[in-house]
Design a binder for this molecule. Sequence first.
Ligand code: AMO
Length: 449
Amino acid sequence: MKNRIYIKDLKDNVGKEVIIAGWVDVRRDQGKMVFFDMRDMTGKVQVVALPSHVEVIEKSKEIRLEWVLKITGLVNKRPERNVKADVLNGDIELEILNIEILSEAAPLPFDMSLGGYNLELTAELDNRALVLRQPKIQAIFKIQETVIDAFREFMKKNMFFEFQAPSISPAVAEGGAEVFKIDYFDKKAFLSQSPQLYKQIVMSAFERVFSVNKVFRAEPSSTTRHLTEVVSLDAEMAFIDSWTDVRDMAEETVRYILKQVETKNKEHLKLLGVTLPTMTDKTPTLSLREVQQKIFEKFGRDVRGEKDTNGEDERQICEIIKEETGSDFVFIYGYPTLKKPFYIYPSKEEPEYNEGVDLICRGVEWLSGGRRINDYDQLMEHVKIWKMDPAKIKMFLEAFKYGVPPEGGFAFGAERITMQLLGLKNIREACMFPRDMNRIDERLTEEGF
Ligand code: AMO
């Protein structure tokens, strides 16, 4: 729009006539005057219709919340007694000289002044278009934007090459049950659960690679931490000496993301009342067996010998590590080889345990990764043991025939990280248009989550 200025820049235009455009956020009638708070993508400002401008005041009478206006006005300093310190434009207001109505809004389905975020989550998701206008909701997604940007930045700073992985896949990489089958002409195919096999293929040519991709998981339950469509941040790197190189890269990636969110999203964090988790100089690393032993010693709960951690284990180990070291993060490695995907490297010393690693924070898994098998024969052996069809992953297996260095990588979900950074109770709050068993925008069932 020609000559429009953004609301955040009004303070530099005191005494001038300007044009702003935006939505009516709040309306207040005071005697013969009408006040509006106007909102654009940069902030809010109070505007006032004075009785001396007859045409303006007449028009103002009909205007309601969320109407879209173009306002020509004079930027005035507020009288001292009306100044609101610490608020954007708390010391100025715009005296309306002309109003143009660009779009009217139907009566609102709920009280926007309370904030869409006070709705039940189901209602929030049902009213997404309006709820997304709330600054607190916008703050969540601005932070998520930083998380994804920071991942990209850190990868590029470390010479990782970004590639685009396909979403239609002939094979299942992670686990058979959690996959969506699709009709692919006269054949069956799958929606990709992970770019895992592709990132390994691309790594075998480019050494260091990453992708920001949608992945799909047919999660058959309605938990507060699972979605069926996820933004997966994936990395893979060649020429590692040990799985600990992968762990260290994952740790530094998360540290960089935390730092970027802390500096770029100060206002958003304040608005949401969030304290970011603490990452110490060196994040503690424990084997699965050490974790189980610690839980037994501290809480008397005997999970020793279990093949994986469950939610309770993850909460308890985080509590223990926080108390012992001050760290909100803990790496867990050494899972039973047969319980994890076929591509993960078994330990040389104890082949029944693998060199896979998970990062847990505040009681929830954030990230998984580890060292991979890079030897063709060993990979073929695993394909047999895992009862996989080698024909389905031929392209992947072929890559390992022609010289692949020791390598590893990791992945995490952007929504899971956002949820955990901000202490949100439900991952659906960290996804603009969440997909789950009960919802693909339209509600599929009346069940909650
Ligand atoms: P994994 O299956 O553990 O590992 O997934 C990696 C990370 O992705 C996120 N995530 C999810 N987030 C929300 N809803 C889901 N249903 C969901 N599933 C996964 C989590 C999780 O830590 N190929 C390996 C990674 C690797 O080894 O590089 C993999 O996919 O943040």
